[in-house]
Design a protein around this ligand. Structure first.
Ligand SMILES: C[S@@+](CC[C@H](N)C(=O)[O-])C[C@H]1O[C@@H](n2cnc3c(N)ncnc32)[C@H](O)[C@@H]1O
Length: 214
């Protein structure tokens, strides 16, 4: 806890230096894939949602692209802004995750993320601080054109899918990060379970699970 607070303080003080480039969490191929889907869904009605945004690097980049393309869509992020929820991580350990991942993303806060977004002219990205398992779905945009689900663990991924799918506009897409085969993360299992439950065919591209609206 003390370590987390210290790390957070340093990040806040050094933010203009540390975050002078957008801290995008997606690798190049997945950045391409996500941004391409944002382009393909540009004329689909609804907001863009990112569940699991960390310090907002991908949000700042995607928001910039939307504005450059003349879109005024809302960009809404949900995150705990303090990393994983302890019990959810414990469940993931039982499924095969590794203990070294426990504190990942914990040295964060709502205000740090706002600061990073402001540094990159993306202050109108909307932030919802919440555990996705506890979030009232009514707090999410009523219609979603595209959603990046990047919460890593089994339970939050499954819940994020269940809460966003009913809001997906026709022609819209949900993308689940970390669905590659070789990984500690359990996102792929959650994606598989969701698709099976709905009787949909799994489609994993660039290591991302894809769900399209009918
Ligand atoms: C891999 S990071 C997101 C990276 C970000 N999408 C990017 O591309 O820069 C995973 C994020 O999921 C968040 N997270 C994990 N469990 C969550 C939960 N139950 N509810 C909300 N956010 C959660 C963590 O706090 C962390 O910021």
């Amino acid at each position: 806890m003390k370590h987390r607070r210290g790390a957070l303080l340093i990040k806040k003080i050094l933010a203009p230096l540390l975050y002078r480039h957008r801290p995008v969490g997606l690798g190049p191929a997945r950045q391409y894939f996500y941004l391409d889907w944002l382009y393909k869904t540009l004329n689909v009605p609804g907001a863009v949602v990112e569940i699991g945004c960390n310090v907002g690097g991908t949000a700042a980049l995607a928001h910039k692209m939307l504005r450059q393309l003349g879109s005024s869509k809302r960009y809404v992020c949900v995150d705990t802004f303090s990393g994983f929820v302890e019990e959810q991580f414990e469940t993931d350990l039982e499924l095969g995750n590794h203990p070294r991942r426990r504190r990942s993303f914990s040295a964060n806060s709502l205000s740090l993320t706002r600061r990073v977004l402001s540094l990159h002219d993306a202050a109108d990205v909307e932030l919802i601080p919440a555990d996705i398992l506890e979030l009232d779905p009514a707090s999410l945009p009523e219609t979603i054109s595209a959603c990046l689900i990047d919460v890593d663990l089994y339970q939050p991924v499954l819940t994020a899918l269940a809460k966003t799918y009913p809001r997906l506009a026709p022609g819209g897409v949900l993308l689940v990060d970390d669905c590659q085969e070789e990984t500690d993360w359990q996102a792929r299992k959650a994606y598989g379970a969701f698709m099976e439950e709905l009787g949909l065919e799994s489609r994993i591209e660039f290591g991302m699970g894809v769900v399209t609206a009918p």
